[in-house]
Ligand binder design. Sequence first.
Ligand code: NAD
Length: 256
Amino acid sequence: MQLKDKVVVVTGGASGIGAAMARRFAQEGARAVVVADRDGAAAQAVAKEFDGLGLHCDVTREPDLLHLIETTQHRFGAIDLFCSNAGVSIAGGPELPDAAWRQVWNVNLMAHVHAARALLPAMLARGQGYLLQTASAAGLLSQFDAPYAVSKHAAVAFAEWLAITYGSRGIKVSCLCPAGVDTPLLRAEPAQHQRLLSEGMVSAETVAEAVVKGLSAERFLILPQPWIGEQLRRKVEDPDRWLRGMGRWHDSIRPT
Ligand code: NAD
């Protein structure tokens, strides 16, 4: 997909990777870029930079997503590319209360499900449409916070399922899986995670560049850091060896 003249929506577009993608899509000549975020004022501020539309949308609320999609279609016509990008993390594992697991699950997975539910009927009727879902390297390699890694695995699986099920009916799907990216989400991580992530960390603009290239090639997995693909190969080739290595790495960053 080339972005020129396309109608694009980016959720979580007020900050970090979403804002960088929205700016980059506008530079590529998209006809309309709609920036959606639970922080509506910040979404409007980003959209104002390139004459786009900024809207408040809490992606955990299905009516908000429906409103976002209907408003975009009413103003600009059919949506060519929907980037389901909003995401959150809470540090911890099984000791976290259910409410924390549910919060992460609702943003990192269910928002993708609700967006697909709302978008697919019109996209299937047109025989075309592109869904970009931001997951994470944690959705392939299970590192860091448990609710985050688990929900991102689910997001990858859902993206795969969509590609398998609707690929022959004109629906394109890409799954964005970056490792460390210099954004407020990463900066909120515990210090030992940040130290480690900062080694291979890239900017949100670098991720946006990888997305434009990945969309152009219509590639399913978009990996802004190539070592993620190498780790994934090692995991598939020898899961036990890979788990031992990941365990040693995890122990090395455990706070003393
Ligand atoms: P960020 O915190 O800079 O941006 C996330 C945006 O999502 C914020 O503007 C926030 O207001 C918005 N948001 C959060 N919950 C929302 C909700 N319920 N409804 C609507 N908007 C909501 O973080 P980022 O790093 O740019 O993250 C973007 C995506 O990239 C996330 O899905 C994240 O998991 C993923 N990701 C980030 C990294 C990283 O290292 N930063 C790595 C891999 C994947």
